[in-house]
Design a protein around this ligand. Structure first.
Ligand code: GLC
Length: 506
């Protein structure tokens, strides 16, 4: 295989920035394809057209009208709209009012059917267009039926004879677990449940994530550390036995960020633009953020920013254990933006009232405000229990906010703890998932902040590093060629022998 050959790649995702987003997945699929396009590949994206994706607002054009997509025993018609994420990357929107005309993206009882439908429509669309993809790149559990189909119902389809699949795990904690009925909807009931001796509790359910891992030609996750971690029971979310079986196909590729959009020198949402040579201007952003958060405009008090889903995964149990002593004993301010579990909404409501001069709380989702927090905070806190990659710490560093993180997953791969003896490091990190370890890291950060020359070096180090997609997009291209090679060398499905397929009669 000529490794230079430009590839035709179709990426499947339930969320894509700027159309629909709940987390980092959307940002990745909204930016990685652009970088691949710059390497010369023909990359396209497919996603559902949710009610909120208005054709007028995004200038979408009909692409293929009313063609049938197999679903369960019969089929349903769909119309495909086409838009773009910029940089010449087409996005295909699968329409189906019954399935997608809803307020939100997730958490509906028919989610399995909703995500099965848009994936199947994406495959059928390729045929409609006569566009034969080399790679089907699937993101997270919502799209995991695609690799499963390629090894079952599309196995002998000449159109996909040379098409390989890549499956990217963004977060192993969300697996998409359903009953047998979804296999009928997907048209793979014949093959039945997947039986694996070491995941016995999953043998009588359909776990989408497990199927992606099992059937994809290549698998990756979004940092090297997390790719190692998920091989262990502690991080494996019960799928570590499967991942260990497939470890020869499992890679870690660190996410990048969209450095054109996320650029403090041109960001239209912040009070004053700045770069490494005009760092003095950054203070204007801090003052503006303090005003926006209703905090006193004290230039020398360290301001800690948090932008996060309010969930245990993100370390809020640790934060809740230390926040009162931090507010009482450490001179600092704290600004939080995010939504999530009710108990944390209540907690931050109470804290904002208790410490009005130190704590600014925004319990909402707001991208421009997020950028003002990156630009105006001095340090950026991410004490995650686990973190596949994490994008916040990368954006924070680009904007000169110094990360304070737990050393796990992508956080461990991108933040090196500052060592005052050697001067090495670009942030602060702690190992044990423990409230005292977090507290100590924050005290070290706020003490170091008092040495403005040292602090400036840390800021500059972060701002000068390269977090663009350039390097990682090359690694994805490499993974695609590996997937094609694996696909081409495949004779029998013998490699799946460990997963004895069991026919189920209901
Ligand atoms: C998930 C992970 C996060 C990662 C993102 C994009 O949201 O929790 O760590 O950065 O996906 O890959």
């Amino acid at each position: 295989m000529d490794a230079q050959k430009p590839l035709k790649i179709l990426q499947f995702s339930a969320e894509v920035t700027p159309f629909a987003k709940t987390g980092g997945l959307a940002d990745v699929v909204g930016s990685l394809p652009k970088a691949l396009r710059q390497l010369g590949h023909d990359v396209r994206v497919v996603m559902p057209r949710y009610g909120r994706v208005s054709p007028e607002k995004f200038g979408l054009q009909p692409r293929a009208e009313r063609f049938p997509v197999p679903l369960g025993e019969s089929s349903e018609l769909t119309t495909i709209f086409e838009g773009t994420i910029g940089g010449g990357v087409p996005v295909y929107f699968v329409e189906n009012p019954r399935l997608y005309d809803r307020e939100g993206i997730y958490m509906y009882p028919d989610d399995a059917e909703r995500f099965i439908f848009f994936c199947r429509a994406g495959l059928e669309l390729c045929k409609q267009m006569g566009w034969q993809p080399d790679i089907l790149h699937c993101h997270d559990w919502h799209t995991a039926m695609v690799p499963n189909w390629m090894k079952t119902i599309y196995k002998d389809d000449p159109f996909f004879a040379r098409t390989a699949t890549v499956y990217t795990i963004h977060n192993l904690a969300y697996q998409g677990i359903f009953g047998f009925r979804v296999l009928e909807i997907a048209g793979v009931a014949e093959q039945g449940f997947i039986v694996h001796p070491d995941t016995a509790d999953l043998n009588q359910v359909v776990d989408f994530m497990a199927r992606g891992i099992l059937f994809a030609d290549m698998i990756n996750t979004v940092s090297e550390r997390y790719a190692q971690e998920i091989l262990t029971p502690e991080f494996g979310e019960r799928l570590d036995p499967l991942l260990r079986d497939r470890r020869d196909r499992l890679f870690g590729i660190l996410n990048g960020i969209d450095t054109e959009v996320l650029n403090p020198a041109s960001d239209p949402h912040i009070a004053m633009n700045f770069d490494v040579s005009t760092l003095g201007r950054r203070g204007v952003n801090k003052a503006a953020l303090q005003a926006e958060a209703g905090l006193p405009q004290l230039p020398h008090v360290p301001l800690i920013g948090v932008i996060s889903r309010l969930a245990d995964q993100k370390g809020f149990d640790l934060i809740s254990a230390i926040i009162d002593p931090l507010m009482r004993h450490v001179e600092c301010q704290f600004v939080l933006l995010g939504t999530g579990e009710q108990k944390y909404h209540d907690m931050f409501d109470r804290l904002a009232k208790r410490y009005p001069d130190k704590m600014g709380v925004f319990l909402t989702f707001n991208t421009p405000l997020a950028q003002r927090i990156y630009a105006g905070s001095d340090m950026f806190l991410m004490p995650s229990r686990f973190e596949p990659c994490g994008l916040g710490q990368l954006i924070a560093m680009r904007y000169g906010s110094v990360p304070v993180v737990r050393a796990t997953g992508g956080l461990a791969d991108t933040v090196q703890d500052y060592d005052p003896r050697t001067g090495v490091g670009n942030g602060f990190s702690f190992e044990a998932y423990d409230a005292m370890a977090l507290y100590t890291a924050l005290v070290r950060a706020t003490e170091t902040y008092k040495h403005s020359d040292v602090w400036r070096r840390l800021m500059v180090r972060g701002m000068k590093a390269d977090y663009s997609w350039t390097a990682s997009a090359r690694k994805y291209a490499d993974l695609y060629y590996r997937a094609l090679a694996a696909r081409a060398g495949e004779h029998t499905p013998a490699e799946y022998d460990v997963f004895k397929s069991e026919r189920v009669s209901l």
